[in-house]
Ligand binder design. Sequence first.
Ligand SMILES: [Zn+2]
Length: 375
Amino acid sequence: MKNEYSELEKVVDTPTSTIDILPTLLNLFGANYDSRLIAGRDVFSDAEPFVVYNSGAFITKEGRYSKYTNRFISNDGSQASKEYVDEYKEKARNLILFSAYIIEENYYNYLFTNKNVSNDLKKDMTAFNIDIPVPLDKKDYNHFVEYFKKCNENYINSKKLKGERLKKNQKVAYLTFDDGPNKYSNKILEILSKHGIKATFFVAGTNKEKGLKKIKDEGHTIALHSASHNYGYIYKNAESYLRDLYDLQNYVYQVTGEYVHYIRFPGGSRNKVSDEISLGIMEELREIVEELGFEYYDWHIATGDSSRDVTKEYVLSNVKRGISNEYDELIILMHDIHPITVEVLEDVIELCKENGYTFDKITDDTEPFHAKGVS
Ligand SMILES: [Zn+2]
């Protein structure tokens, strides 16, 4: 249609739905709107058109699918491949599922206030290959860099970062527990207290106030593991990793009033899984976190307490094998999220004692141990 406003007209020749109107208008008026939100698409954007109905029917560039006839009709009358149709069927299903999920989980609260909610949702979105909308707080890579530098300022200025640590004249074992706190953490804390041992907890998640406080009150070291513990999210790129760590640091600070500069990467600093998400990401992250004043800790002994069908014997054989390498300082990896860890912990302690080890928690005088090979 031509009229006096014709130079302002734009022709939209891609499939569009009513739900696209809001983002389109908001963008036109320059409103503070994030078009990466799940439902609806600015019709002038380059995003691939994809109109989905509640029923599961959908329209793509190539044609339309009817849920009732279970048939895809191409625009040009040709036969679309089964793979193509299946791919979009799944995309449509996920979009409907997650649009509902976003409302149920109050994900907008996270987006607009950056309150810590919906880690499970983030996790599921990654699993379903849906781009995770990023909060509108405009926090980007540089923001995180500045934030962490500030958190770690004192440590960065201390000599310890450069390796001048108090040498210990005895063999020391460091019991470290990842992924908690969790319902098994209390039992673990009881055992540690019974033996007068201080340990280190690389915590995960951001809804564990009670557990965190208890660990701190009992004098153990709280260290950072991951807010989401979702490989697809944290190892996507450096900004994603730092955002996750920021969520956790921020949370731990809110609960304990302290910033933490000890971290452990999910999977360890040389895990290979991350390469499938983003090739070479660990190399980049190892460098970045050190620059920001963090110390990252891998482990000398993986007890295997997270393995499937794990037995006490299996865990103890791993510990024995590790001990036989005669390290002066021995970092032992466990998880306070499994019953087996509770069952076997006293035997692990006994084994270490028999071999002349005392116990300590990670402090600034603990030499960071970085694995050389793949873990
Ligand atoms: Zn973990």
